[in-house]
Design a protein around this ligand. Structure first.
Ligand SMILES: NC(=O)c1ccc[n+]([C@@H]2O[C@H](COP(=O)([O-])OP(=O)(O)OC[C@H]3O[C@@H](n4cnc5c(N)ncnc54)[C@H](O)[C@@H]3O)[C@@H](O)[C@H]2O)c1
Length: 274
């Protein structure tokens, strides 16, 4: 799937959003950029011949109105990159900050939920489409340095894993993008520490390519991990151990949501075996 499609990109004024927009335009797609950074958004839109609409993704009304406007501008919507995000800047002990916490929840979680909610009817009207939500490697592993951010990004991965199978019958694919540290504004404050500790930084171009790969892939409900120096890969979660009948035999191979557990999941993994 590429060229001639219409894409909506949140957080499009810089970083991953601007780069994904650049790569989509290069292959012939039309792009609507959304951001709270109006100067940055207009600059990227002017550079690419794209459309910029100011939108705060933490506002339900703004997300719905902007998604409707994006669909109207180009007569439809095929690709949605739910990417706007912020770090928290606080912990949850003495360093807890209610305002920062609420902002992170609102941008990183509400923004993705509102974005998917608003886009689904438009994608359905096209007979299907593809959503990529930016989570992070912080959605797959523990992040002691920013626990709320870790919780936000795990929520995005959980949402995507639920929406993938739920929307498959409608031809809508939903995937999460889970990169390690990458060369964007968001790491400005910690870049020196990262490079000083030998942590390789992912070039933003590689991140853009990974997102386009996720957009075009037939996979759905998956977390696409991007590590520096590696190709993007689908992170395969281990299936949960299935339930057992009272006699100890494997019961229905369904998890509580009715989704079949993964092959072999009825057997506890080695580290759970007595
Ligand atoms: N760069 C990394 O190392 C890295 C790693 C993993 C995940 N991420 C995630 O990637 C996503 C994009 O970030 P980035 O790295 O490109 O950083 P960035 O700071 O360059 O871009 C984030 C963009 O989101 C916009 N934004 C913030 N709040 C918004 C809101 N309420 N409504 C609309 N737009 C808003 C910002 O103005 C900015 O343009 C984020 O979700 C971030 O959590 C980044």
């Amino acid at each position: 799937m590429s060229g001639g499609l219409v894409a909506l990109v949140t957080g499009g004024a810089s970083g991953f959003g601007a780069e994904v927009a650049r790569q989509l335009v290069r292959r012939g797609d039309a792009v609507v950029l959304c951001d709270v950074d109006e100067a940055g958004g207009h600059a990227v839109a002017d550079e690419l011949g794209a459309t910029f609409l100011r939108c705060d993704v933490s506002s339900y009304e703004e997300v719905v109105a902007t998604t409707e406007a994006a669909e109207r501008v180009y007569g439809g919507l095929d690709l949605v990159f739910l990417n706007a995000g912020v770090t928290t800047g606080c912990g949850i002990a003495e360093d807890f900050d209610l305002m920062r916490y609420r902002r992170a929840m609102a941008v990183n979680v509400d923004g993705v939920v509102f974005g998917a909610h608003a886009a689904i009817p438009a994608l359905r009207r096209r007979g299907g489409g593809s959503i990529v939500a930016t989570a992070s490697m912080a959605g797959l592993t523990g992040t002691p340095f920013d626990p709320v951010y870790g919780a936000n990004k795990h929520a995005v991965v959980g949402l995507v894993r639920a929406l993938g199978p739920a929307l498959r019958p409608q031809g809508i694919r939903v995937n999460a993008f889970c990169p390690g540290f990458a060369e964007t504004k968001i790491i400005t404050d910690i870049k020196a520490v990262l490079t000083g500790s030998g942590v390789p930084i992912i070039p933003v171009e590689a991140a853009g390519e990974a997102v386009l790969q996720a957009f075009d892939s037939p996979e759905t409900g998956q977390a696409w991990l991007l590590q520096a120096g590696r190709e993007p890969m689908v992170y395969r979660f281990r299936g949960i151990p299935g339930p057992l009948n009272p006699d100890g035999s494997p019961a229905s191979p369904m998890d509580p949501t009715g989704v079949p557990t993964e092959p072999g999941a009825a057997e506890p993994p080695p580290d759970l075996q007595g």
